[in-house]
Design a protein around this ligand. Sequence first.
Ligand SMILES: [Zn+2]
Length: 350
Amino acid sequence: MEKNLAQFSNTYSQGLWIASFIFLVVALLRLFSVLKTKSSRHWIHPAKSGWFVIAIKLLFFVGLLAFLADIPVWFFTVAQFRPIAPKLPYWFFIFVMLYITIQEMILSLTASQALVDGFVKRMVFFLISIFCSFSFILAAFIVPTTYNYPPTSECVILNLPVKGTWLAMHAGKEKWVNYHSNYPPQRFAIDMVKLNEAGYFFNNNGEDSCDFNSFGDSVFAPSNGIVFALADGFPTQKIYAGDDSINPAGNYIEMKLAENKYLFLAHLKAGSLQINLGDTLREGQFIALSGNSGNSSFPHLHMHLQDKSIINDSLSSGLPFRFKLLERKRVFSWEKLENTWLIRNDQFRN
Ligand SMILES: [Zn+2]
């Protein structure tokens, strides 16, 4: 059992190398066996393969095409542990998955004579193809919805509440990229962690709150508003042991931005709040330090908007928000964007 995040990252890295190696060996063995029996294999063709084989092969091809679209979405955006994964084994695993999928797509356009002639072989292939194709196609339904977000006209426009380079651990509107979406008031909530130069969100072993870049980092008012409620004095939690279910937000600030628009910043560091109840805040004003209080696994900043004032009121709905101006890195490069929104694994800075 891993004792800390550094060990978890190590185990993750080893797992990726082993899985990549096994998948790659199996794929290469398959390629060699196909090449060895090349003479008994042909490109699918009505005269040589028969319509039944062609139909299954094409279904399988479409399933694999859907899987090809799933791969980047899963590995770049949906994967929860991407920020902990060491880069090289992670990219190598993605490369192996892409390689296998493309190889199988090409092979699915060919048929062996044994498959064309053998009834049992054909039935087995039929069942496997149906199962795989439909699960791949089903998985591909997440592809377009994942990157969907309410338009700017329906969003509250905010500034970033932090400075430096951060990463969104949970963000976006769908459950598979944002666990908050299971709770209506927190539908569009975002959990963010600060990254160091190397792109990791903790230093040393990640055993102590102080190991995290997010611990004690400055938080700024993301908008003009009035301090509507606050809580202070909740202690810093131990790593992966913060389960205060009575005060899940820990130390928090609630700002009233307008009628039916309440913004929450949670898990702040005890004693760091620089504001008082009823204060009028200007956007960009320093208000507190981020921390690890309440129901929190490790130091991070939680932010969400509700249409009612009581935190996590089951009758309230979460409101979507966008950021006025930021730089965002989703996959390869940094882009400067206006009125943009964030999704899991996006890196961002102002
Ligand atoms: Zn959260």
